[in-house]
Design a protein around this ligand. Structure first.
Ligand code: GAR
Length: 206
């Protein structure tokens, strides 16, 4: 059975993209990353894609000076052009409107660096999440993989993994531990499992 065609949307360093690439290489994965879209032309994630011969596209609302609707239209066109079956948001720092998310029910996955429903929603992204975790003084945090709907970080939860907060943590040390112990594991595993289920669905129909 053919692998499911995955697009990864990124904005920054792309360590989660790297984890997805490595998993695909080292396992008989049910998915194939065929497209990486960045909303930031300087994202290092783009280099990671190129090093692995994955097609890239930069679609920046700011650079193109277009509306949210026009921007999303461009992304949709690219996804359709490449016959994408699952969209993965991996450190993608823009919010997608209902117009976009409703086109892809259960076909968009996001990784969030905290245990949803804590430390999530509008304004909670990247290091900011870990700063708030430390401010709150919680002893356990983690990461969540979930489906994306119109509510930021509000879609159905697919996987979560807890990570210990340590006494001397800074936002940076905590971010690194959450990535290493949780995000880089549960994101590729979840994507692989969803693609396996998508493959099996097809089999049943036939
Ligand atoms: C990751 O920690 C990811 O969970 C987070 O940004 C970081 C991106 O790192 N995403 C969000 O906060 C989205 N709400 P990466 O570019 O190295 O994968």
């Amino acid at each position: 059975m053919t692998k499911k065609r995955v697009a990864v949307l990124v904005s920054g360093g792309g360590t989660n993209l790297q984890a997805l690439i490595d998993y695909e290489k080292n396992n008989n994965a049910n998915y194939e990353i065929v497209l990486v879209i960045s909303n930031n032309k300087d994202a290092y994630a783009l280099q990671r894609a190129k090093q692995n011969n994955i097609e890239t596209a930069v679609i920046s609302k700011k650079d193109l000076q277009i509306t949210q609707e026009e921007w999303e239209e461009k992304i949709i066109n690219k996804l359709e052009e490449k016959s994408i079956e699952l969209i993965v948001l991996a450190g993608f720092m823009s919010i997608l409107s209902k117009n976009f998310t409703s086109k892809y029910p259960n076909r968009i996955v996001n990784v969030h660096p905290a245990l949803i429903p804590s430390f999530c929603g509008k304004g909670y992204y990247g290091l900011k999440v870990h700063e708030e975790v430390l401010k709150a003084g919680v002893k356990v945090t983690g990461a969540t993989v979930h489906f994306v709907n119109e509510i930021p970080d509000g879609g159905k939860i697919i996987a979560q993994k807890a990570v210990e907060v340590k006494e001397n943590d800074t936002p940076e040390t905590l971010q690194k531990r959450v990535m290493e112990e949780a995000e880089w594991k549960i994101l590729p595993e979840s994507v692989n499992e969803i693609c396996k289920q998508l493959k099996n669905k097809l089999k049943k129909v036939r």
